[in-house]
Design a binder for this molecule. Structure first.
Ligand SMILES: [Zn+2]
Length: 220
């Protein structure tokens, strides 16, 4: 971490950062859940907890999910200070996009890109890129649904010119449309949710078709 970033880390934020680093090392986890009380136990006044957490988010050191209410908590995920992306750990590497079938990858990307969908080839498809200006002028987003779901944008000025995995797409998508980083485990959860939802709808459709066919058969 650079010296300027270190000095920008205010006292309270630094306490949280060190604590979270410690726990992630001990448990080799990507995310750490802490109740507000546990944070206060680090010697942070109740009225300063949110500001300290905001500071960590502003510096791009952590992605934070907040649950409010009596059983509320903060969930912290360490980010790489340079890329602001989650630091891969043993668990994050286990989130393996190669477990998805080609069909499932296509389902996910089609859901996210909606009308941006363009033409198919044998490896996947091209789509309009949501990540750069003028993205709708021509389809520059290349998505491979054969294999692991790797994608990239052909526009060299695009922030996602290099692209990445399907999980990274979900992280980048959330950053763009929800303006906040999400953790890789959460991104993976959302991908799985989208695919499961689509498969469930398909099941229901198939069921009603087969019911209708059975009905017609019994009438004859
Ligand atoms: Zn692009």
């Amino acid at each position: 971490m650079s010296d300027s970033m270190m000095s920008a880390l205010r006292g309270d934020s630094l306490k949280i950062y060190i604590r979270v680093c410690g726990i992630t090392q001990q448990k080799s986890k990507t995310t750490v859940r802490m109740a507000s009380k546990e944070i206060q136990a680090l010697g942070i006044g109740i009225n300063y907890v949110n500001a300290a957490v905001d500071n960590l988010v502003d510096l791009g050191l952590m992605a934070v999910t907040r649950r409010k209410g009596p059983s509320g908590y903060f969930e912290f995920e360490l980010l790489d200070p340079l890329t602001r992306l989650p630091i891969p750990t043993r668990y994050a590497r286990k989130l393996d996009a190669s477990t998805l079938t080609d069909r499932q990858l296509e389902t996910y990307f089609m859901h996210r890109l909606q009308t941006n969908y363009s033409h198919h080839d044998t490896q996947g498809f091209m789509a309009f890129c949501p990540f750069h200006e003028d993205g709708r002028k021509k389809p520059t987003l290349s998505i491979k649904t054969v294999g692991s779901g790797a994608w990239h944008c052909f526009n060299p000025k695009c922030p996602h010119h290099i692209g990445g995995s399907v999980i990274y797409f979900e992280v980048a998508y959330n950053l763009l449309f929800n303006h906040r980083p999400i953790s890789m485990p959460l991104a993976w959860e959302r991908i799985v949710c989208i695919i499961r939802g689509a498969e469930r709808r398909e099941e229901i459709d198939n069921q009603s078709v087969s019911n209708a066919t059975a009905e017609m058969a019994s009438v004859q």
